[in-house]
Every structure is written in C-alpha cells, then in structure tokens.
Write a protein that binds this ligand. Sequence first.
Ligand SMILES: [Zn+2]
Length: 331
Amino acid sequence: MSALRFDVEGAEGPKTFFSRMKKGEIGHAYLFSGPAGVGKKTFARRLAQSLLCEAPHDRILGYDGTCASCRQIDAGTHPDLFESDGALKIGDREASLGFHEGDDLTARDLVRQLALQSYAGGFRICILGDVDFATHHAANALLKFFEEPPASVIFLLTTAAPGRLLSTIRSRFVEVRFSALTHAQVQTILEADGVAPKEAKLAATLGQGSVTRARAAIADDEQSLRAGVIGWFFQVIDGRTPPETWATRETLDEGLETLKTLVRDWAALSIAGPDAPVLSADHVKALRKLQPLAAGDVQRILARLGDAQQLAETNVSPGLVAEMVRMHLTR
Ligand SMILES: [Zn+2]
C-alpha cells in the first residue's frame, strides 16, 4: 500500500476535526466557513478525493494520488464528484446535462443528478463553493435534499459569508470553521505554484492570510510593471526621454525581461514580416509600426540588455541601468 497524503496547507482545525472520524462516521452535510482565500475549496476537493480514493484506508483524510479515481479527480472528470461555484439558480431546463458540461449548474440539475445511483458504488460528493442561492426558490428546491439526501451523498458547502444563508439551510449543516493562513503558509502555497521565494514572501505579506489576495497582488504587480515598461519602451523608441519610474531595485530584472521580449518581437517582425508570431500580442500593432531593425542592431541591443541584467545584480543604481538601456535602444 502506497503512503497516503493530504496536501492542504494550514487548516489545522478542520484537519483535526476530520482526522478524529473514521470513514464510516462522516456526516452528509458540512459547511466550511471562514475568510475568503484560505483554502476552503481546496480542502473540500481534497476531502472528496480522500473519500473517493480507491486505496484502502479507514481514516477520512488521505489519498494516494495515483489510483484511477484520483486521476479522474485531477482531470476533473470523476463521475461521483460534482462541483459548482457561486449562485445557484432554480433552473427550468428539462435537458439532463452532466455535471461537467457547463458552468450553469442549477438546483434542478443537482437534484436530478444526485437522485441517480453512484457511478462507482461509493460516495457521491457535491461541492458548492462560495455557495449562494439566486432566489429563495432555488434554496428551497435543495432544502429537502439537504434534509434527506439520497444514501451516500455528501454535501460540502463553502462560504465566506455564512450569515447570508437561510437559517433553515444553515441548520442542516455541521459548520467547520477555517481561519486565516499565516504568512509562511501563504508563501509555501505560492512557492508550490512556482512563484519565486522573494516574490512569494512579499505577496504573502500583502495577502494578509489569504492566498487569493496574495495571487491578486502578484498579478496586479506584474500587470502594472509590464504596462509601465512597455509605455516607457515605445516613448523611448519615439525619441523621447520618459522618466524611468519602472526601474527600482525590486523591478529592474523583471522590467529588463519585458524589454527583451519586446526587442525579440520587434526583431521577429523586422526579419519575418508583419505576420511573424510575437509574444507581446497585445502590442503587435504598435510593434508593427516601428522602423525595422537590422540584424546587427538586434544582436547589439540584446547583448546590451544582457549586460544590463548583470548590472541589475550589482549595486549600480537601477535608474542608471535603465538610462544605459535607453541609449542603446535609440543609438
Ligand atoms: Zn487514489
């Protein structure tokens, strides 16, 4: 038997709660409440995977990650795991759609699907993430199901606002509370996603215990830096001397990478013509308008950008490095 794992960072309380139970003791309705972005949905998915995993185990938490069931869950195609996000409508379509076919899962779809037998003969698990009901009607359509679910059906609901749920619904669920993550836990999660340690640490601080907020901080940061660098680049090529506000100790290296991409795109268009594929597709029109670069200039500029990247690792002032790049771009 291979070792089982449960890859969820933090969530100590919920882990303790479920690890006290054996598989046969699990209830049929849990409400995961707590701040946004702390891993409630991830926990729900991993819990579902634990319950559906074919590796023999009588504890609740843990899966091997390799059996057929685990692979289906990874691929999002497990027939006994249903997942929906956000507001549920009542739904009036008669067509019997599968759960993996659309985003517009409705309360009626759910009732219809859950009335069927389990595909594999085990649990059928329904995750309603950030659950909300578009109308009372939609909530009532599911209320009966929450009261008396078909055998082996388990509901896992997540919400950052449990107070928004009807008390008649809320009272059907065992509430499991999640707390904010520590900065170190957020950093670990981001690093597992491939974010560089330094950046992950900064984002974790900005995220204030929420992975979602930390990821948004990274995305915003990248977007605004990239936009600043691109704006600067086109002004420079246009013969102007815009301020090098994008060049700071923290952003210089990343900014130079953006410039390299732009120069490579510019070179591709110069050499292969206006239909050449470019990486900066959102700026292809402006790039096409630039005067074609000679092959020698491409080599020279890329070499100087390489020099600048090496300087970026020294104590040379970032503004000075950017100034040097500006001169090489316009020579
Ligand atoms: Zn498995």
